[in-house]
Design a binder for this molecule. Sequence first.
Ligand code: GLC
Ligand code: CA
Length: 607
Amino acid sequence: MQTVRQSSQSGGTIRRMFRTRILRTCIAAVLLSFTLAIPAQQLVNGYEPKWWKEAVVYQIYPRSFKDSNGDGIGDLPGILSKLDYLQKLGVNVIWLSPHYDSPNVDGGYDIRDYRKVMKEFGDMGDFDSLLAGIKQRHMRLIIDLVVNHTSDENKWFVESRSSKTNPYRDFYIWRPGHTAADGTRTPPNNYPSYFSGSAWTLDPKTDEYYLHYFAVKQPDLNWDEPKVRQEVYSLMRFWLDKGVDGFRMDVIPLISKPAGMPDLTPEQLQNPPNAYANGPRLPEYLHEMNREVLSKYDTMTVGEATGTTLAQTNSLVDDRRHELNMIFNFDAIKLGRPDFGPSVLGPWSLSQLKAIYDAHATVLTKHDWDTVFLSNHDNPRIVSTFGDDSPAMRANSAKLFETMILTLRGTPFLYQGDELGMTDYPFKKLSDYNDIAIKNAYKDQVESGKVSAEAFLAGQAKVTRDNARTPMQWDSSPEAGFTTGNHPWLAVNPNYTEINAAEEESDPGSVLNYVRALIKLRASTLAFVYGDYKDLDPKNEKVYAYTRTLGGERYLVVENFGSSAQAYTLPDGLKAGTLLLSDIPTSHEANASTLNLGPWESRIYKQ
Ligand code: GLC
Ligand code: CA
């Protein structure tokens, strides 16, 4: 005000008018921002309510879900035929792993044509029918956005590699590399690929190296080139205009490359994703994507936050930034093993797992939103990794993890088959596997003599992504009802005669029926969505006990992490309350302060 008054005394009329207009615009902008901001009474416990915060998401890996035509490959009509099953389960958002045209070197995460459907999965008509079927059932669909890289068969790359002057040359990252005195060529820097070997490949046609953080057939796009970004926004609009509800964004923190791309230091080489992720222009790209595309639709976005620490989360998801809604943080799912290279399963403790969720609750603010998951198409099965998949304990331990995922803070993500308590596959020989990550790692580690074949295969069996990709077990007919043919693309787990959806449908005590009840309970209990979280006993290595509180309502969740019974006394004189759900028939022990928990038992009380 002071400035305006002074200037009106000393300045000319035009300048005065101009300044007054600026002032008016500022006042209008302030008023507008007040009217647009959600009034405090509409917040729920400080959070802005959103459908995607209240959602339960179910991930489908199309190749392995349901085959409709007997060729051994899951497809879109197969998914359509199972929508009633998903509706009955109670999930309300489906995340579809890539369904695009692809030569399929990396499970469809190598896209040849972003506007076409993978021919084994069907065609655009099948996609439209699937989307319509999902909408009819009041569910939503998010699709995978894989735009850090394409397939080398994508027309952009075909053009790009054809000559140094091609208009698409700068769609990808090309460098001359180094040439020694004797003519030997070496890559531009020491970046390793996620799938073993160097992240650079020399392309003879133009005698330059291109960057590929993943497979040789997955060249990285150059996001610094504005035309690349416009192409991506255009394909996003294409799918949003069809009616999809958002995206899971593949390795999204990798799109902005490190400034100058210097060699990784020995320390960085211990964990390359940290060095690759969150490059200097990432906020600018995400912001632009939000402004140009996402803000124009009612979407849900979840970024796969490879290489991102918890402390970096709000730089991606704080709602005042207008970038992403949520990310997947891998601290829990990768507990005891690194997120890079052919890792093996290491030891982990319950207190470590709790410390991860506790830290999330402390670090993330009411402007951030979290996800909770322990499975996806890149990780082994929950019950075999974190629980106990022996016949006596499998169902109870599977139920415990579903209880945890559906009652902790954040939007829960289930992966197909979790609701049945599906287990890891008994992988033995290299030919049992399909995954390029394993095949490349075998060459790198075993064929070079670094590791014995036996040790390598034994380690990989417990962590391989193929554990998640074996066909869905629908019933006890041959090939688990996944296909009517007899050649599923990846072998069916031999335990399908006991573990399958039809069997579990008819068993009231099954994992499937328990998960249905859990989802129903969550759907009617806002405290599990917006409520505060408190870990009651962080150091306890046997029992995980926590509360979720919203206003005057408090829920207590108690989980016995182990195959032996536990008498557990609640801390601070707390009493249990009324039992709402338990995974095994139990005496309710209502209002008890000591709970006699069975093996892998979990209980939910209302206090
Ligand atoms: C993501 C996907 C994984 C894929 C990789 C490269 O991590 O989840 O399946 O191999 O990106 O696209
Ligand atoms: Ca098929």
